[in-house]
Design a protein around this ligand. Structure first.
Ligand code: PDD
Length: 279
């Protein structure tokens, strides 16, 4: 099946979908996004993604967008794409108006989506990921899922240029925040830890599911700050995200984590996540 796009109510091949040059998402990064995955043709945690999309829209003072319209469009696009395992990208911009920093909020928002196949298994799952740390130089509202993620792109590129999978953002005080498109967990002293929900990280849906699995399976877990020293000394490190799923991290800044293998807690959480998703 070809990769498809949805543009303001119409489904078409991706290469046919164009947005005007005065789209505020294009000019100012004035847009929010979501990324939802399907397993066996079923969307995983759609409600959570739609709720976070609404929070992002509110966070940027967008005019109201009917969540049912978005939900229907996502379902239509997935059905048209006829893909069992797919990633659906949704982007809503404030719309099209002559370039001006201030906005009218009068025009219709622009809703753009794409559906593309996803590999069944993450390419880095087997060997685990090697990552680097990078100073978090992003803005103060990383909890809003805006398309303004150039710092994330630059940090990811630096990692790739160094032959690594990804970069983990750390604060000036060396607090571990999140990776460029996933949340970060460690397992230390028998406990699963991740950064608390603040303005400095995205409230990941997969992060939430991982914490739910820990609760259901009696695995001790907490939302707690930890620094790079604890990261490096952890028994296990992993990333969580919609495409990342649960991904073991085996090295940070050129130093192995524990024995350099995927950890047992990490792989148990991976298995449970896949089971819940219907993989
Ligand atoms: N990224 N942190 C950041 C900065 C992210 O961009 C993402 C998601 C996550 C994980 O969130 P979730 O579990 O809801 O996918 C954390 C998406 C997948 C992306 O950028 O495509």
């Amino acid at each position: 099946m070809p990769e498809l796009a949805y543009l303001n109510g119409q489904i078409m091949p991706v290469e046919k979908a164009m947005v005007p040059v005065d789209d505020r998402g294009y000019l100012f990064g004035d847009a929010v996004y979501e990324y939802i995955a399907s397993y066996g043709g079923r969307l995983f945690r759609m409600d959570d993604h739609i709720r976070r999309l609404e929070n992002s829209l509110r966070g940027l003072d967008f005019p109201p967008v009917d969540p049912e319209r978005v939900r229907q469009a996502v379902s239509d696009l997935l059905e048209a794409g006829k893909m069992e395992r797919a990633g659906i990208y949704i982007q809503i911009s404030r719309g099209v108006e002559p370039r001006n920093h201030a906005f009218s909020n009068q025009g219709p928002v622009q809703v753009v989506m794409t559906v593309r196949p996803l590999p069944d298994v993450h390419p880095h799952l087997e060997k685990g990921a090697a990552v680097m740390t990078a100073e978090d130089f992003r803005w103060g509202r990383c909890d809003i899922k805006t398309v303004q993620i150039l710092p994330n792109c630059l940090a990811k590129q630096k990692a790739v240029d160094n032959g690594l999978y990804d970069a983990i953002f750390v604060s000036g005080e060396k607090i571990v925040r999140e990776a460029t498109s996933s949340n970060v967990f460690i397992v230390a002293d028998g406990k699963v830890l991740t950064h608390p929900l603040t303005n400095n990280i995205l409230p990941g849906i997969t992060r939430k599911v991982v914490l739910e699995i820990c609760r259901d399976k009696g695995i001790p877990a907490a939302e707690e700050f930890f620094d790079t020293q604890r990261l490096q000394a952890a028994d296990e490190v992993f990333l969580s995200g919609t495409t990342t799923e649960v991904l073991p991290v085996v090295a940070v800044d050129g130093r192995r984590i524990a024995d350099g293998q995927a950890g047992s807690v990490t792989m148990k959480l991976y298995g449970e996540l896949r089971r819940l998703a219907g993989a």
